[in-house]
Write a protein that binds this ligand. Structure first.
Ligand SMILES: *[C@@H]1O[C@H](CO)[C@@H](O)[C@H](O)[C@H]1NC(C)=O
Ligand SMILES: *[C@@H]1O[C@H](CO)[C@@H](O)[C@H](O)[C@H]1NC(C)=O
Ligand SMILES: *[C@@H]1O[C@H](CO)[C@@H](O)[C@H](O)[C@H]1NC(C)=O
Ligand SMILES: *[C@@H]1O[C@H](CO)[C@@H](O)[C@H](O)[C@H]1NC(C)=O
Length: 283
């Protein structure tokens, strides 16, 4: 009796999981704490996906935008609030939105474990080259990359999250040579010293997190090269400014002349008319 009941339940549940295919390739993609869970395949109209996530050892939670959805991605950036904790997520195959089902358990696939602080990839930073009077020294001004995290309405930077654990690694070489050198800095304003004057150097910058076991290095920035002439940037800049100023003066002068000519013509017309009129009155 109870055996056959078991069998029926077993048949039903296997039938149900046949109805709703389970998700596969459930994986995390995370850069600068923008964390997206994705999976396959696209659901048919017969079913939908819901995501449940939990901090390891804690209760499962759902996020409203990933319930009974036809999407195969779920952005959990704002949900994984304890950055130093580790999370797992389940992708459940459920009836479509609005449909009901007698089942209480739906087939699911679990994600690998994800720990934001350790696992998120760090994107490429941007930086500016600042020349110094002393040509043997170049300053790089790095912009700390923004994260997908907000606190009190403010978007946090990588530095807000990693604080004093954040470092930058600068890789540089003479423009003409392939021999590379590396400097690391805890500051976003990085002085590279011991350079040869009158030489162009090429720099690239990446985030360096020595406290991490894996993924210590972030994505490499674009390479930027210094100009050999200390003042050429200023020269180029002032050339543009001068050209702009000249153009402006020419334009303004042109307008003044045009207006003056028009006024003069109209005035002389008026004067002529006046002369004609005045003698007539006098007669
Ligand atoms: C998805 O998973 C299947 C096996 O479940 C595997 O063969 C395939 O390579 C995976 N695809 C991707 C893009 O990871
Ligand atoms: C975040 O998670 C870590 C590791 O599980 C834990 O030690 C810490 O107390 C948690 N912090 C908060 C604010 O819950
Ligand atoms: C670095 O650049 C930012 C803007 O890009 C600027 O506000 C800041 O003053 C610069 N810092 C230094 C030391 O030049
Ligand atoms: C550096 O080298 C690149 C080609 O490798 C060249 O286009 C660029 O003008 C050079 N910069 C300077 C300042 O010499």
């Amino acid at each position: 009796m109870s055996q056959s009941a078991c069998l029926i339940v077993l048949l039903l549940s296997s039938c149900a999981s046949g109805l709703y295919p389970t998700a596969h390739n459930v994986s995390w993609k995370s850069t600068n704490f923008k964390t997206v869970l994705s999976w396959e395949p696209k659901p048919s109209s017969e079913y939908s996906y819901s995501v449940e996530f939990s901090q390891v050892g804690k209760d499962k939670q759902r996020t409203p935008h990933c319930i009974r959805s036809t999407s195969t991605v779920c952005d959990l950036s704002g949900s994984l609030t304890n950055l130093t904790a580790c999370y797992t997520a389940d992708v459940l195959s459920e009836p479509p939105l609005g449909a009901t089902s007698d089942l209480t358990e739906f087939p699911h696939t679990s994600s690998p474990r994800f720990c934001p602080y350790k696992d998120t990839d760090i994107g490429k930073p941007d930086f500016e080259i600042q020349m110094n009077k002393d040509q043997r020294k170049i300053t790089l001004n790095v912009t700390d990359p923004l994260t997908a995290l907000f606190k009190n309405g403010r978007q946090l930077t990588i530095r807000d999250v990693f604080t004093d654990k954040l470092q930058y690694r600068v890789t540089y070489r003479k423009n003409k040579s392939s021999g590379k050198k590396v400097v690391e800095s805890k500051s976003s304003v990085i002085e590279v010293t011991g350079l040869d004057a009158e030489e162009s150097y090429c720099f690239s910058v990446q985030v360096f997190l020595p406290s991490r076991v894996e993924k210590q290095l972030g994505e490499m920035s674009l390479t930027k090269c210094s100009t050999t002439d200390n003042h050429s940037i200023i020269k180029e800049y002032s050339l543009v400014v001068i050209a702009g100023a000249v153009l402006f003066v020419v334009l303004v002068t042109g307008i003044i002349i045009a207006v003056a000519v028009i006024c003069y013509k109209q005035r002389s017309k008026g004067l002529k008319g006046g002369r004609k009129a005045v003698p007539l009155q006098g007669v």
